[in-house]
Design a protein around this ligand. Structure first.
Ligand code: ADP
Ligand code: ADP
Length: 249
């Protein structure tokens, strides 16, 4: 049903990874509130370590655009700034992680977002519920980006993205060279439907109420690494690469 979404990106990654000989990185989880920089940093990790970005928000938006059954269910929930049900999202992630390009590792961007999803992910990694795709290291590296509330508002309201290549821009912090046009492919940039002021607050509330317990869960099990996400993008990237290189060594 929703497996078709994102095939082209997956094929391109699978091809580039076929030539990659470095060691497995395993799962990486990026946590943080809406606008923290998860998508921006995931793409940089993807480019450096040649592992795919698995963004549940992006996959859901693709399903909405393609009018799949999942997309129909998710559309109204996302427009209200609420979370799509754990069952649907976990099944979507299960199917995505079975793809061959996830064998060496992957960056989870926007997942897990509830305690139930975090428990589900641990069970998946622990039991190796899927065949032929065992990561060499079972537990994810979990990095949380902490960002001040007012900065989040500036980032979210200024966010623009390219519907063709997925590149993320910001009218204030990362503008395109030509106003509203993608530097890479010339496509007109779009504003996400849920990046409107009236939807931002419910999304931040959902983060505080439902996603904070995920960070607590990883903290209790000694797996949480917190980073100051308020810093400039390149500084945040440098910190993340250092963490991943340490684990990679
Ligand atoms: P942001 O980049 O602002 O953190 P995302 O693109 O990750 O937002 O998510 C957009 C919307 O998609 C969320 O508000 C929610 O409705 C839905 N969504 C994304 N990931 C999940 C998830 N893991 N569980 C439930 N809903 C999700
Ligand atoms: P998330 O995926 O966590 O919702 P994004 O990566 O989409 O966040 O970033 C949200 C917006 O903030 C984007 O417009 C992006 O260009 C911008 N941004 C990301 N990281 C930073 C940063 N460190 N400083 C300033 N702006 C940033």
């Amino acid at each position: 049903m929703w497996e078709a979404a994102g095939n082209t990106v997956r094929e391109a990654l699978a091809n580039s990874m076929a030539q990659e000989t470095s060691r497995d990185l395993g799962p990486v989880v990026l946590l943080g509130p809406p606008g923290a920089g998860k998508g921006t940093q995931s793409k940089r990790i993807m480019e450096k370590y040649l592992i795919p970005q698995v963004s549940t928000g992006d996959i859901l938006r693709q399903n909405v655009d393609q009018g799949t059954e999942l997309g129909h269910i998710a559309k109204a929930v996302m427009a209200r700034g609420e979370l799509v049900s754990d069952d649907l999202v976990c099944e979507m992630v299960r199917l995505r992680l079975k793809e061959p390009d996830c064998k060496r590792g992957y960056v989870l961007d926007g997942f897990p977002r509830t305690a139930a999803q975090a428990g589900w992910l641990d069970a998946l990694l622990d039991d190796r519920l899927f065949d032929n795709s065992r990561p060499t290291r079972a537990w994810p590296i979990v990095i949380r980006l902490d960002v001040d509330y007012n900065q989040l508002l500036l980032r979210i309201t200024g966010r623009r993205s390219c519907p063709t290549c997925g590149r993320i821009y910001n009218v204030r912090f990362q503008p395109a060279s030509v106003d509203c046009v993608c530097d890479i492919d010339g496509t007109r940039l779009i504003t996400r439907n849920d990046d409107r002021l009236e939807v931002i607050q419910p999304r931040i509330t959902a983060y505080q109420e439902q996603t904070r317990p995920v960070a607590d869960y990883y903290q209790r099990t000694g797996r949480l690494i917190s980073l100051n996400g308020d810093q400039p993008m390149d500084v945040v990237t440098e910190h993340i690469f250092r963490i991943l290189d340490d684990h990679h060594a």
